[in-house]
Write a new protein. Structure first.
Length: 237
């Protein structure tokens, strides 16, 4: 009786097929299937059917690989995006796209959302965001500061959501029920402020939270731009 052929992931292959893009594909697949802790070069080699040292020919180490994964999430966020003539619409759309990419790859996003990729897609995203902020009326240090803050807000929120998506179903359900159970049951005489809004807390979902946070930030950009314009006019008077 002939032995079955080895599984493709285990079969040693010619190294000509191996590319950085394929390695990133495999790394993200491992994390989404088995969690971020499962990502090692040996595991990558087994996934790709090569010796793990072949992966090191494309990436100098794990941190280099993580930066490439960061860039992949940004690439997905930017794919097909056309800047709008409206700065607010451009920033809103990009923030929503970053969130969708992170939700599609929660284990990867939870691991790398705080990194600076230093690659082409990050630079392309920065060009879009800074251009929108300049269009809004911000300049110089204030535009740079708001760019950094907007990116951090969008990625921090997306990473927060990504961590939630990696939790067990029981943990997620317990957290969800807290708003309609524990918060509603709090004694009003001890927690009068919570009691005044407790009935509304279960109505707030993830979409609402993200859109409110985004709108608050963009409102602040608008106010800062208006203040800068007033200061400039006063300086010319």
């Amino acid at each position: 009786m002939t032995e079955p052929a080895p599984a493709p992931a285990r079969r040693r292959r010619s190294l000509g097929f191996l590319t950085p893009e394929l390695i990133v594909d495999a790394a993200m697949a491992i994390m989404e299937r088995d969690g971020a802790d499962a990502l090692t070069f040996r595991r990558l080699g087994a996934e790709l059917g090569v010796d793990h040292t072949a992966v090191l020919r494309h990436f100098g180490g794990k941190d280099d690989l993580l930066l490439a994964i960061t860039d992949r999430l940004l690439a997905e966020s930017l794919d097909g995006l056309q800047p709008s003539g409206d700065w607010r619409a451009t920033l809103s759309e990009l923030a929503r796209r970053v969130r969708r990419a992170c939700r599609s790859h929660p284990h990867a996003a939870a691991l790398v959302a705080g990194r600076t990729a230093r690659r082409d897609h990050e630079f392309a995203g920065a060009e879009l965001v800074i251009g929108a902020l300049l269009q809004a009326g911000l300049r110089g240090r204030e535009a740079a500061s708001c760019y950094r803050a907007l990116v951090d807000v969008a990625l921090a929120y997306s990473a927060f959501e990504a961590v939630q998506l990696t939790l067990s179903d029981d943990a997620v359900e317990g957290d969800r029920r807290a708003w309609s159970r524990e918060y509603l049951a709090l004694p009003p005489d001890r927690y009068p402020n919570i009691a005044s809004v407790a009935s509304h807390l279960p109505e707030v979902d993830a979409e609402d939270q993200f859109e409110v946070a985004l709108a608050l930030f963009l409102d602040a950009v608008e106010l800062r731009a208006a203040r800068a314009a007033r200061t400039a006019r006063a300086g010319r008077a």
